[in-house]
Design a protein around this ligand. Sequence first.
Ligand code: ZN
Length: 439
Amino acid sequence: MPSDMPLPDPLSPETTAAITRAVDEGFAEQTDFLARFVAIPSERFQEAAAQDFMAAALRARGYAVDDWTIDLKDLEPLPGFGPISGDFSRARSVVGSHRPALVKGQSLILQGHLDVVPPGPAEMWTHPPYDPVIADGWMYGRGAGDMKAGTVAALFALDALRAAGYAPAATVHFQSVIEEESTGLGALSVLQRGYRADAAVLPEPTDFTVNRAQVGALWFRLRVRGKPVHVSVAGDGSNAIMAGYDMIRALQGLEVVWNARAVADPVYGDVPHPLNFNAGKIKGGDWASSVPAWCDIDCRMGVLPGHDLAHAKREIEGCVAAAARDHPFLSNSPPDVVWNGFQAEGYVLGEDADPALAVMQDAYGSVFDGAVLEETKMTALTDTRFYGLYYDIPAFCIGPRAENIHGFDERVALASVRDLTKVLALFIAGWCGLIPLRD
Ligand code: ZN
Protein backbone atom coordinates (compact mmCIF):
# COMPACT_ATOMS: atom_id res chain seq x y z
CA MET A 1 0.00 0.00 0.00
CA PRO A 2 2.06 2.97 -1.19
CA SER A 3 1.52 6.12 0.80
CA ASP A 4 0.44 9.36 -0.88
CA MET A 5 3.69 11.01 0.09
CA PRO A 6 5.95 12.09 -2.77
CA LEU A 7 9.50 10.84 -2.56
CA PRO A 8 11.73 13.20 -0.57
CA ASP A 9 14.16 15.48 -2.39
CA PRO A 10 17.48 13.93 -3.38
CA LEU A 11 20.23 14.21 -0.78
CA SER A 12 22.74 17.01 -1.15
CA PRO A 13 26.40 16.01 -1.61
CA GLU A 14 27.12 17.49 1.83
CA THR A 15 24.45 15.38 3.52
CA THR A 16 25.60 12.26 1.68
CA ALA A 17 29.18 12.90 2.80
CA ALA A 18 28.14 13.52 6.40
CA ILE A 19 26.19 10.24 6.50
CA THR A 20 28.93 8.07 4.98
CA ARG A 21 31.49 9.71 7.29
CA ALA A 22 29.31 8.82 10.26
CA VAL A 23 29.27 5.17 9.10
CA ASP A 24 33.07 5.16 8.92
CA GLU A 25 33.36 6.73 12.36
CA GLY A 26 31.03 4.17 13.90
CA PHE A 27 32.42 1.13 12.13
CA ALA A 28 34.83 -0.06 14.84
CA GLU A 29 31.97 -0.10 17.32
CA GLN A 30 29.74 -1.78 14.72
CA THR A 31 32.31 -4.55 14.15
CA ASP A 32 32.59 -5.14 17.88
CA PHE A 33 28.80 -5.25 18.20
CA LEU A 34 28.59 -7.75 15.32
CA ALA A 35 31.20 -10.01 16.94
CA ARG A 36 29.23 -10.05 20.18
CA PHE A 37 26.03 -10.85 18.27
CA VAL A 38 27.67 -13.69 16.29
CA ALA A 39 29.05 -15.11 19.55
CA ILE A 40 25.51 -15.86 20.73
CA PRO A 41 24.52 -19.30 19.38
CA SER A 42 20.99 -18.69 18.10
CA GLU A 43 20.06 -22.02 16.64
CA ARG A 44 16.46 -23.09 16.31
CA PHE A 45 14.46 -22.96 19.55
CA GLN A 46 17.44 -21.29 21.29
CA GLU A 47 17.05 -17.74 20.02
CA ALA A 48 16.14 -16.08 23.34
CA ALA A 49 19.59 -14.74 24.28
CA ALA A 50 20.09 -13.22 20.82
CA GLN A 51 16.64 -11.63 20.93
CA ASP A 52 17.47 -10.22 24.39
CA PHE A 53 20.67 -8.76 22.93
CA MET A 54 18.81 -7.11 20.05
CA ALA A 55 15.94 -5.84 22.22
CA ALA A 56 18.44 -4.24 24.61
CA ALA A 57 20.25 -2.57 21.71
CA LEU A 58 16.98 -1.15 20.38
CA ARG A 59 15.92 0.09 23.83
CA ALA A 60 19.30 1.72 24.41
CA ARG A 61 18.75 3.69 21.21
CA GLY A 62 15.37 4.94 22.34
CA TYR A 63 13.15 3.00 19.93
CA ALA A 64 9.69 1.91 21.02
CA VAL A 65 10.31 -1.81 21.53
CA ASP A 66 7.64 -4.45 21.07
CA ASP A 67 8.92 -7.81 22.37
CA TRP A 68 6.32 -10.57 22.41
CA THR A 69 5.91 -14.33 22.58
CA ILE A 70 4.48 -15.74 19.38
CA ASP A 71 1.23 -17.66 19.70
CA LEU A 72 1.09 -20.33 16.98
CA LYS A 73 -2.69 -20.24 17.06
CA ASP A 74 -2.58 -16.67 15.72
CA LEU A 75 -0.49 -17.75 12.75
CA GLU A 76 -2.05 -21.05 11.73
CA PRO A 77 -4.89 -19.54 9.67
CA LEU A 78 -2.60 -17.17 7.75
CA PRO A 79 -1.31 -17.73 4.21
CA GLY A 80 2.28 -18.96 4.12
CA PHE A 81 2.00 -20.79 7.44
CA GLY A 82 4.24 -23.86 7.78
CA PRO A 83 3.68 -26.46 10.51
CA ILE A 84 6.32 -26.70 13.20
CA SER A 85 7.51 -29.56 15.36
CA GLY A 86 9.43 -28.80 18.54
CA ASP A 87 8.95 -26.49 21.49
CA PHE A 88 7.77 -23.16 20.13
CA SER A 89 6.39 -21.89 23.44
CA ARG A 90 9.20 -19.36 24.04
CA ALA A 91 9.50 -18.10 20.47
CA ARG A 92 9.64 -14.29 20.35
CA SER A 93 9.67 -11.46 17.89
CA VAL A 94 11.24 -8.08 18.60
CA VAL A 95 10.41 -4.84 16.78
CA GLY A 96 11.92 -1.42 17.48
CA SER A 97 9.96 1.43 15.95
CA HIS A 98 10.85 4.99 15.11
CA ARG A 99 7.75 7.16 14.66
CA PRO A 100 8.46 10.81 13.88
CA ALA A 101 5.99 13.51 14.89
CA LEU A 102 6.11 14.91 11.37
CA VAL A 103 5.97 12.48 8.43
CA LYS A 104 7.50 13.61 5.15
CA GLY A 105 8.51 10.38 3.41
CA GLN A 106 7.78 6.70 2.85
CA SER A 107 7.65 4.24 5.73
CA LEU A 108 10.06 1.34 5.89
CA ILE A 109 10.53 -2.09 7.40
CA LEU A 110 14.10 -3.26 7.98
CA GLN A 111 14.09 -6.94 8.82
CA GLY A 112 16.75 -9.42 9.86
CA HIS A 113 16.52 -12.99 11.04
CA LEU A 114 18.81 -14.06 13.85
CA ASP A 115 18.20 -17.80 13.68
CA VAL A 116 21.21 -19.68 12.32
CA VAL A 117 21.55 -23.19 10.94
CA PRO A 118 23.48 -25.76 13.02
CA PRO A 119 27.26 -25.52 12.58
CA GLY A 120 27.80 -29.26 12.11
CA PRO A 121 30.92 -31.01 13.47
CA ALA A 122 33.09 -28.43 15.27
CA GLU A 123 36.32 -30.09 14.05
CA MET A 124 35.42 -29.10 10.49
CA TRP A 125 35.70 -25.40 11.43
CA THR A 126 39.06 -23.63 11.40
CA HIS A 127 37.82 -21.42 14.25
CA PRO A 128 35.02 -22.33 16.68
CA PRO A 129 31.72 -21.29 15.03
CA TYR A 130 30.59 -19.10 17.95
CA ASP A 131 33.94 -17.50 18.72
CA PRO A 132 34.18 -14.99 15.88
CA VAL A 133 37.67 -14.35 14.55
CA ILE A 134 38.68 -11.57 12.15
CA ALA A 135 41.38 -12.44 9.61
CA ASP A 136 42.31 -10.75 6.33
CA GLY A 137 39.23 -8.54 6.43
CA TRP A 138 36.77 -11.38 7.00
CA MET A 139 34.78 -12.14 10.12
CA TYR A 140 34.29 -15.87 10.64
CA GLY A 141 31.41 -17.43 12.53
CA ARG A 142 28.09 -19.18 12.12
CA GLY A 143 25.55 -16.51 11.26
CA ALA A 144 28.17 -13.82 10.54
CA GLY A 145 27.08 -13.80 6.90
CA ASP A 146 23.56 -15.23 7.14
CA MET A 147 22.56 -12.75 8.27
CA LYS A 148 23.77 -11.04 11.41
CA ALA A 149 26.13 -8.69 9.54
CA GLY A 150 23.23 -7.37 7.46
CA THR A 151 20.95 -6.90 10.45
CA VAL A 152 23.64 -5.06 12.36
CA ALA A 153 24.36 -2.92 9.27
CA ALA A 154 20.71 -1.82 9.24
CA LEU A 155 20.86 -0.93 12.93
CA PHE A 156 24.07 1.05 12.51
CA ALA A 157 22.79 2.72 9.35
CA LEU A 158 20.10 4.28 11.54
CA ASP A 159 22.78 5.17 14.10
CA ALA A 160 24.81 6.90 11.39
CA LEU A 161 21.86 9.09 10.42
CA ARG A 162 21.53 10.16 14.02
CA ALA A 163 25.27 10.77 14.36
CA ALA A 164 25.09 12.95 11.25
CA GLY A 165 22.32 14.96 12.92
CA TYR A 166 19.18 13.47 11.36
CA ALA A 167 16.22 11.23 12.04
CA PRO A 168 14.15 9.44 9.36
CA ALA A 169 11.12 11.54 8.38
CA ALA A 170 8.83 8.50 8.28
CA THR A 171 8.06 5.47 10.39
CA VAL A 172 10.77 2.81 10.45
CA HIS A 173 10.15 -0.62 11.96
CA PHE A 174 13.32 -2.54 12.74
CA GLN A 175 12.27 -6.20 12.98
CA SER A 176 14.36 -8.94 14.56
CA VAL A 177 12.82 -12.32 13.74
CA ILE A 178 13.43 -16.06 14.08
CA GLU A 179 12.56 -19.15 12.03
CA GLU A 180 13.66 -17.83 8.63
CA GLU A 181 15.61 -21.03 8.07
CA SER A 182 12.71 -23.41 8.77
CA THR A 183 9.24 -21.95 8.35
CA GLY A 184 9.37 -18.15 8.16
CA LEU A 185 7.00 -17.92 11.11
CA GLY A 186 8.95 -15.01 12.62
CA ALA A 187 8.26 -12.88 9.56
CA LEU A 188 4.66 -14.03 9.54
CA SER A 189 4.34 -13.04 13.20
CA VAL A 190 5.34 -9.40 12.66
CA LEU A 191 2.78 -9.12 9.87
CA GLN A 192 0.13 -10.78 12.03
CA ARG A 193 1.01 -8.26 14.74
CA GLY A 194 0.02 -5.50 12.31
CA TYR A 195 3.31 -3.96 11.18
CA ARG A 196 3.05 -2.46 7.70
CA ALA A 197 5.18 -0.13 5.59
CA ASP A 198 5.62 1.17 2.06
CA ALA A 199 8.60 -1.14 1.50
CA ALA A 200 10.64 -3.78 3.30
CA VAL A 201 14.38 -4.33 2.95
CA LEU A 202 16.03 -7.50 4.25
CA PRO A 203 19.83 -7.32 4.24
CA GLU A 204 20.51 -10.98 3.45
CA PRO A 205 24.01 -11.70 2.08
CA THR A 206 23.42 -11.07 -1.63
CA ASP A 207 26.76 -9.38 -2.41
CA PHE A 208 24.81 -6.22 -3.32
CA THR A 209 22.54 -7.84 -5.86
CA VAL A 210 18.78 -7.41 -5.56
CA ASN A 211 16.68 -10.53 -5.74
CA ARG A 212 14.02 -10.03 -8.39
CA ALA A 213 12.68 -13.55 -7.93
CA GLN A 214 12.96 -16.45 -5.54
CA VAL A 215 11.67 -20.00 -5.64
CA GLY A 216 9.31 -21.57 -3.13
CA ALA A 217 10.15 -24.62 -1.05
CA LEU A 218 8.39 -27.55 0.52
CA TRP A 219 9.74 -29.46 3.49
CA PHE A 220 8.55 -32.95 4.27
CA ARG A 221 9.58 -36.03 6.17
CA LEU A 222 9.46 -39.45 4.55
CA ARG A 223 8.57 -41.99 7.21
CA VAL A 224 9.58 -45.49 6.10
CA ARG A 225 8.68 -48.42 8.31
CA GLY A 226 9.70 -52.10 7.97
CA LYS A 227 9.60 -55.43 9.77
CA PRO A 228 12.75 -56.02 11.86
CA VAL A 229 14.60 -59.34 11.62
CA HIS A 230 18.11 -60.55 12.41
CA VAL A 231 20.66 -59.69 9.72
CA SER A 232 21.28 -63.43 9.09
CA VAL A 233 17.85 -63.66 7.48
CA ALA A 234 17.94 -60.18 5.96
CA GLY A 235 16.51 -61.47 2.71
CA ASP A 236 13.21 -62.01 4.52
CA GLY A 237 13.36 -58.67 6.26
CA SER A 238 12.43 -55.29 5.03
CA ASN A 239 15.31 -52.92 5.40
CA ALA A 240 13.78 -49.48 5.99
CA ILE A 241 17.04 -47.63 5.27
CA MET A 242 17.53 -49.38 1.91
CA ALA A 243 13.87 -48.76 1.08
CA GLY A 244 14.40 -45.10 1.98
CA TYR A 245 17.20 -44.91 -0.59
CA ASP A 246 14.81 -46.16 -3.24
CA MET A 247 12.37 -43.38 -2.34
CA ILE A 248 15.17 -40.77 -2.55
CA ARG A 249 15.99 -42.02 -6.04
CA ALA A 250 12.34 -41.70 -7.06
CA LEU A 251 12.25 -38.10 -5.83
CA GLN A 252 15.46 -37.34 -7.73
CA GLY A 253 13.55 -38.48 -10.80
CA LEU A 254 10.77 -36.01 -9.99
CA GLU A 255 13.40 -33.28 -9.61
CA VAL A 256 14.56 -34.01 -13.18
CA VAL A 257 10.97 -33.81 -14.46
CA TRP A 258 10.28 -30.52 -12.68
CA ASN A 259 13.48 -28.91 -13.94
CA ALA A 260 12.72 -30.03 -17.49
CA ARG A 261 9.34 -28.31 -17.15
CA ALA A 262 10.97 -25.17 -15.69
CA VAL A 263 12.63 -24.48 -19.05
CA ALA A 264 9.26 -23.09 -20.21
CA ASP A 265 8.81 -20.88 -17.14
CA PRO A 266 8.54 -17.14 -17.92
CA VAL A 267 10.76 -16.15 -14.99
CA TYR A 268 13.05 -19.13 -14.40
CA GLY A 269 13.32 -20.44 -17.97
CA ASP A 270 16.83 -19.04 -18.35
CA VAL A 271 18.08 -20.28 -14.98
CA PRO A 272 19.80 -23.68 -15.17
CA HIS A 273 18.32 -26.23 -12.76
CA PRO A 274 16.36 -23.81 -10.58
CA LEU A 275 14.59 -26.48 -8.51
CA ASN A 276 16.66 -28.49 -6.10
CA PHE A 277 15.64 -31.61 -4.24
CA ASN A 278 17.63 -32.20 -1.08
CA ALA A 279 17.54 -35.20 1.23
CA GLY A 280 18.97 -33.20 4.10
CA LYS A 281 18.79 -35.39 7.15
CA ILE A 282 18.44 -39.14 7.61
CA LYS A 283 17.87 -41.16 10.73
CA GLY A 284 17.07 -44.84 11.02
CA GLY A 285 17.71 -48.19 12.60
CA ASP A 286 18.89 -49.15 16.06
CA TRP A 287 21.61 -51.78 15.78
CA ALA A 288 24.29 -52.84 13.27
CA SER A 289 23.15 -56.48 13.30
CA SER A 290 19.41 -55.80 13.16
CA VAL A 291 17.73 -55.03 9.89
CA PRO A 292 16.45 -51.49 10.41
CA ALA A 293 12.73 -51.24 11.05
CA TRP A 294 12.47 -47.51 10.49
CA CYS A 295 14.00 -44.65 8.60
CA ASP A 296 13.04 -40.95 8.60
CA ILE A 297 14.33 -38.73 5.82
CA ASP A 298 13.87 -34.95 5.97
CA CYS A 299 13.58 -33.51 2.49
CA ARG A 300 13.33 -30.18 0.73
CA MET A 301 12.01 -29.58 -2.79
CA GLY A 302 11.98 -26.29 -4.69
CA VAL A 303 8.82 -24.96 -6.38
CA LEU A 304 8.56 -22.30 -9.10
CA PRO A 305 6.84 -18.98 -8.33
CA GLY A 306 3.19 -18.95 -9.23
CA HIS A 307 2.87 -22.72 -8.88
CA ASP A 308 0.13 -24.03 -6.67
CA LEU A 309 1.63 -25.64 -3.58
CA ALA A 310 -1.28 -28.04 -3.12
CA HIS A 311 -0.70 -29.34 -6.63
CA ALA A 312 3.05 -29.67 -6.04
CA LYS A 313 2.39 -31.61 -2.83
CA ARG A 314 0.05 -33.99 -4.62
CA GLU A 315 2.76 -34.63 -7.22
CA ILE A 316 5.33 -35.44 -4.53
CA GLU A 317 2.89 -37.76 -2.75
CA GLY A 318 2.05 -39.35 -6.09
CA CYS A 319 5.74 -39.90 -6.88
CA VAL A 320 6.34 -41.62 -3.53
CA ALA A 321 3.17 -43.70 -3.84
CA ALA A 322 4.08 -44.85 -7.37
CA ALA A 323 7.62 -45.80 -6.33
CA ALA A 324 6.29 -47.69 -3.31
CA ARG A 325 3.76 -49.55 -5.47
CA ASP A 326 6.57 -51.18 -7.46
CA HIS A 327 8.71 -51.88 -4.41
CA PRO A 328 9.05 -55.44 -3.04
CA PHE A 329 8.49 -54.35 0.53
CA LEU A 330 6.94 -50.89 0.44
CA SER A 331 3.98 -52.01 -1.65
CA ASN A 332 2.68 -53.57 1.57
CA SER A 333 3.74 -50.69 3.76
CA PRO A 334 3.84 -47.42 1.80
CA PRO A 335 5.84 -44.61 3.42
CA ASP A 336 4.12 -41.55 4.86
CA VAL A 337 4.86 -38.08 3.57
CA VAL A 338 4.58 -35.69 6.53
CA TRP A 339 4.50 -31.97 5.64
CA ASN A 340 6.50 -30.09 8.22
CA GLY A 341 8.43 -26.80 8.01
CA PHE A 342 8.54 -24.62 4.88
CA GLN A 343 5.33 -24.57 2.89
CA ALA A 344 6.58 -21.59 0.94
CA GLU A 345 5.47 -20.15 -2.36
CA GLY A 346 7.91 -18.49 -4.74
CA TYR A 347 7.89 -14.70 -5.07
CA VAL A 348 8.62 -12.35 -7.95
CA LEU A 349 9.07 -8.66 -7.25
CA GLY A 350 6.45 -6.60 -9.06
CA GLU A 351 6.40 -3.06 -10.42
CA ASP A 352 5.25 -1.77 -7.05
CA ALA A 353 8.87 -2.19 -5.96
CA ASP A 354 10.21 0.15 -8.64
CA PRO A 355 10.15 3.37 -6.56
CA ALA A 356 12.08 1.73 -3.71
CA LEU A 357 14.50 0.11 -6.15
CA ALA A 358 15.14 3.50 -7.77
CA VAL A 359 16.07 4.98 -4.40
CA MET A 360 18.24 1.93 -3.68
CA GLN A 361 19.96 2.42 -7.03
CA ASP A 362 20.76 6.03 -6.07
CA ALA A 363 22.14 4.93 -2.70
CA TYR A 364 24.19 2.13 -4.25
CA GLY A 365 25.48 4.41 -7.02
CA SER A 366 26.58 6.98 -4.42
CA VAL A 367 28.71 4.40 -2.62
CA PHE A 368 29.96 2.53 -5.71
CA ASP A 369 30.82 5.34 -8.14
CA GLY A 370 27.63 5.21 -10.12
CA ALA A 371 27.59 1.42 -10.57
CA VAL A 372 24.29 -0.19 -11.57
CA LEU A 373 22.57 -2.60 -9.20
CA GLU A 374 22.36 -6.13 -10.56
CA GLU A 375 19.25 -8.22 -10.16
CA THR A 376 19.26 -11.95 -9.49
CA LYS A 377 16.85 -14.84 -9.52
CA MET A 378 17.49 -16.95 -6.47
CA THR A 379 17.20 -20.71 -6.28
CA ALA A 380 16.69 -20.28 -2.55
CA LEU A 381 14.08 -18.34 -0.61
CA THR A 382 13.88 -15.57 1.96
CA ASP A 383 11.30 -14.01 4.24
CA THR A 384 10.47 -11.38 1.60
CA ARG A 385 7.66 -13.58 0.26
CA PHE A 386 5.38 -12.93 3.24
CA TYR A 387 5.51 -9.17 2.80
CA GLY A 388 5.14 -9.19 -0.97
CA LEU A 389 2.72 -12.04 -1.59
CA TYR A 390 0.25 -11.60 1.25
CA TYR A 391 0.50 -7.98 2.46
CA ASP A 392 1.28 -5.93 -0.68
CA ILE A 393 4.53 -4.64 0.80
CA PRO A 394 7.25 -4.71 -1.86
CA ALA A 395 10.16 -6.52 -0.22
CA PHE A 396 13.64 -7.29 -1.42
CA CYS A 397 17.05 -8.30 -0.17
CA ILE A 398 20.35 -6.50 -0.55
CA GLY A 399 23.30 -7.37 1.62
CA PRO A 400 26.98 -7.96 2.13
CA ARG A 401 29.41 -10.40 0.59
CA ALA A 402 29.52 -13.66 2.51
CA GLU A 403 30.89 -17.13 1.87
CA ASN A 404 30.12 -20.63 3.13
CA ILE A 405 26.78 -19.67 4.61
CA HIS A 406 25.20 -22.90 5.91
CA GLY A 407 28.70 -24.45 5.54
CA PHE A 408 31.94 -24.59 7.51
CA ASP A 409 34.02 -21.45 8.07
CA GLU A 410 31.11 -19.15 7.21
CA ARG A 411 32.49 -15.64 6.82
CA VAL A 412 31.53 -12.12 5.85
CA ALA A 413 33.73 -9.48 4.19
CA LEU A 414 33.90 -6.55 6.61
CA ALA A 415 34.59 -4.00 3.84
CA SER A 416 31.30 -5.05 2.25
CA VAL A 417 29.54 -4.65 5.59
CA ARG A 418 30.83 -1.09 5.84
CA ASP A 419 29.71 -0.34 2.27
CA LEU A 420 26.32 -1.93 2.95
CA THR A 421 25.85 0.25 6.03
CA LYS A 422 26.44 3.31 3.87
CA VAL A 423 24.07 2.07 1.17
CA LEU A 424 21.35 1.37 3.74
CA ALA A 425 21.83 4.71 5.50
CA LEU A 426 21.56 6.60 2.20
CA PHE A 427 18.57 4.48 1.18
CA ILE A 428 16.76 5.23 4.43
CA ALA A 429 17.53 8.92 3.98
CA GLY A 430 16.29 8.88 0.39
CA TRP A 431 13.19 6.77 1.04
CA CYS A 432 12.01 8.11 4.37
CA GLY A 433 13.42 11.63 4.08
CA LEU A 434 15.32 13.31 6.89
CA ILE A 435 14.42 15.55 9.79
CA PRO A 436 17.32 17.56 11.24
CA LEU A 437 17.87 16.86 14.93
CA ARG A 438 18.12 20.08 16.95
CA ASP A 439 18.70 20.32 20.66
ZN1 ZN B 1 19.33 -15.76 5.76
